[in-house]
Structure formats: C-alpha cells, structure tokens
Design a protein around this ligand. Structure first.
Ligand SMILES: O=C(O)CCC(=O)C(=O)O
Ligand SMILES: [Fe+2]
Length: 422
C-alpha cells in the first residue's frame, strides 16, 4: 500500500480570503465577560455570560479565516476542513471564555449489555443547548434565537430516507451515545462496558430557578402542534448568546442552519470519544454537522465503516467501503480496522471540520486518548458541534446523555481545574 501525503486526501485549497489578525482581546478581557448582562433561563443551572463585545467583533471580522480544504476523494467521504476557521489567537481567547462560562456535566448512565445494565462513565465533559425543528427559542431583544422557518426540506417531518443498515432511535430513550471502544453504528446502540474514567457522583443537580429569564421557549408558527404532541423528558435549553453568535458565523460559512449545539470539553489527554457516527434518524438523511475545535490540539480520526456482512444487502452510501481506501495519509495516519486507512487530522484551536453528505452513514470518527502532557498546553480542548434536528423531541436523548441528572461542573480559574458547582 503506497503512502500518500495528507494533502492527497484533499483537493487543492482555494486561496485564502481573510487574513488572520491577532485579536485585540487579552486574557483580562475574558474576565470582563460580564459587561453585558448574562443570559438566564429557568433551564440554566447558572447565568451564562455573553462574549465580550471586542471578542464578538474580532470573530465577526476575521471568520472564516481561510477557505476550507475539500475532502471528498475517498469513497462516501464529504468533508470540509478549515485550518483554521477562527484565527488561532481569537480561538484561544474564545476557548478561555467558554471554558469559564459554560456549565458542564460528567454524565454517568446505564445501558443494557448482554441483557445486563452496566454503568457507562462518559469520558469527557459535555453540555447541550437547543431544540428540534418543532420548537424554537426566541429571546427578547436583538439576539433572537428563533430557527428560521422553511429552511429545511422537511421541517418538522420525518426524514425522507433512513439508511437501511442503521438501527435508528424512534423515540426518546432508545438511543445511546458513543462510549463503545470498537463501535459500529449498531454497537453504538449498546455501548461496551469499558469504563474510561472514574465516576462522579450521580446525585441530582440543583437547578436554580432564575426569575429574570429573558429567553422564552416558543412553538414554531410553521409547526404549531408539534410542541404540544411531543413531550420532552428534559426541558430543552435555549442556545445562549455566546454559542448563538458562533452558530451564526458557522451558518453563514456553511450555508446551512442548525438548531442545537453539543459542547465537549476534554480536560486532559485521558478524555476522549470513541469511534462512532452521528447518524441518528432524527438528524435526517445526509446531515451536515459542523465541528469546531478550541484550545489544545487533538487528533481527529476518521475511518470507513466495515462493509456489511455478505448477503445482508444493507450497504448504505454509494462507495466501495473500506476496501476502496488504498492509501494512508503520511501525516501520522495508520491503518484502521477493517482494512481501510484511518485518516488522522490534527485539530488545532480554531480549526473546523464540516461532515456532510454520505459521511455519517459511512464513516466513523473519534478523538482517541493521548499520552503525556504535550498538546495540552492550553488546558484542555473544547469541541462544539452544530447540528440540526428534524424530528420533534429527537434532541431529548442528547439532553439525557450529555446533561443527565448529575452535578454541574465549572472551570475554576484559580485551581485551574473543573470543580463541581456547589
Ligand atoms: O471532539 C470532537 O472533535 C468530536 C466530537 C464528536 O464527534 C461528537 O460530539 O459527536
Ligand atoms: Fe461525533
């Protein structure tokens, strides 16, 4: 098998459009995040600060920093790779602000494994905001968080297509997230028992009721009955302004709309996400998922799903599966299981991967653990994925597995570590 450079996976990059200007913001600016009143809501465990105005201005002015590389020369792969999307210095500042401000969770949940309930400890901090197409959020004032009506081909309705080989969640509580060590999409429904981290207490969080809420959950006028007929077991939380601002930048660059946002915080190299695909039915056919990296560099791995067993006739996508991948990327790529090459992308602060088209139904991705302290100089890594749910209450599972019922964790800037919110 011949070695190829990483660039061989890409088409030649289009020319740069915007220069990377260092931001005028500094460390001390991030502590001024309270200049604007924070966002509050009954579903928020804490008020969430808006971005400092100079950071918002730098983001608007300098993003996207570069045009993306197009990664579509592999079977069933259709990705954009922004290196970076946000200039590094601005991305680092944004990383510090979001790490300081967002409430995170260390979710522990139970899943059936061989008929037995096993405890799974999510090996990273997570948090989620937003809601399905059936509902939208609206804030009073200029920072409206309403989903634009009529943007999806099938707003509020079932997706036109579901890959035949994929067992799909049809209602809240059936889907499980990504903690399998050797996952296929099928295994993702039944995570392995391997536990990656020590558990935190699973005590109920005390959610404060902020009477000064400025954000209200509304029914989408286009789909007036959906909110009524679908009950959320976790009340969805409005996308806070700090993430809404980023969503707007990503929407403008990718020419897509998103209605919920999942945030991962990898505090150290021990934190990870196992190989999985984000191909839940409620995201619809060929979902576009934009994935932004902030903070320390981590490696992002992509490998083709193994071909379906012969005779099942259930292959999804149009490509030839992992057998069709004939080259390794030289930038640290190794061969993956199932015979295909694993693509390794170093994701630095400000980089963004957009996965679209047949990618989710045919490829798996992961952030493996990494040894040693190198690459963690910024104090961890935040990943923000922008997604669009198309089936009402579909996001409920995301709240279940990324918020859960445990305590709220926050960054302690004096101790320089995550601490349980008292
Ligand atoms: O951290 C990353 O880059 C990947 C996160 C991811 O794949 C997910 O949240 O589904
Ligand atoms: Fe993912």
């Amino acid at each position: 098998m011949s070695k190829r450079t990483l660039d061989a996976f890409f088409k030649p990059p289009p020319k740069r459009t915007k220069e990377s200007h260092p931001t005028s913001t500094s460390d001390s600016d991030s502590t001024n995040a309270n200049v604007l009143p924070p966002d509050t809501h009954t579903t928020y465990p804490i008020p969430i600060a808006k971005l400092p105005p100079n950071l918002t201005a730098s983001l608007k002015e300098n993003t996207p920093s570069r045009e993306p590389k197009i990664m579509n020369s592999q079977p069933d792969l259709d990705c954009l790779y922004y290196q970076p999307f946000i200039p590094r210095s601005i991305a680092n500042e944004l990383f510090r602000v979001l790490r300081n401000e967002l409430p995170f969770y260390r979710v522990v949940y139970f899943a059936k494994r061989g008929g037995v309930d096993v405890e799974i400890k999510t090996p990273r901090f997570t948090t989620v905001f937003g809601v399905d197409e059936g509902c939208s959020f609206k804030s009073e004032g200029s920072d409206s968080v309403v989903s634009k009506p009529g943007n999806g081909p099938d707003s509020g309705s079932a997706p036109a297509h579901t890959p035949a080989s994929v067992p799909v969640p049809v209602s809240a509580g059936e889907d499980v997230p990504n903690e399998s060590e050797t996952p296929t999409t099928e295994q993702r429904q039944q995570p392995s028992t391997k536990q990656d981290t020590t558990a935190d207490t699973n005590a109920d969080s005390k959610t404060k009721d902020y009477k000064t809420s400025t954000l209200t959950l509304q029914r989408n006028p286009n789909t007036p009955n959906l909110a009524k007929t679908h009950k959320y077991s976790h009340q969805p939380r409005p996308i806070p302004t700090c993430l809404h601002n980023l969503k707007a930048l990503v929407e403008s660059a990718t020419k897509e709309t998103y209605n919920f946002v999942l945030v991962n915080y990898y505090a150290s190299g021990e934190d990870s996400i196992a190989f999985h695909s984000d191909d839940e039915r409620f995201l619809g056919h060929y979902p576009t998922i934009a994935s932004l990296s902030l903070g320390s560099e981590r490696e992002f791995l992509l490998k083709h799903k193994p071909p379906p067993p012969p005779g099942t006739g259930s292959g999804s996508g149009s490509g030839s599966g992992s057998g069709g991948i004939s080259a390794n990327a030289s930038a640290g790529s190794g061969s993956g299981s199932g015979g295909g090459a694993t693509i390794k992308l170093p994701l630095s602060s400000g980089d963004m991967i957009v996965m679209k088209g047949p990618t989710q139904s045919n490829w798996l991705h992961s952030i493996p653990k990494r040894k040693g302290k190198s690459g963690n100089n910024l104090g961890g890594r935040i990943n923000i994925t922008f997604r669009k749910a198309r089936i009402p209450a579909g996001t409920d599972n995301y709240y279940h597995y990324n918020v859960g019922t445990g305590p709220v964790w926050r960054w302690d800037d004096i101790a320089k570590e995550m601490k349980v919110q008292k």
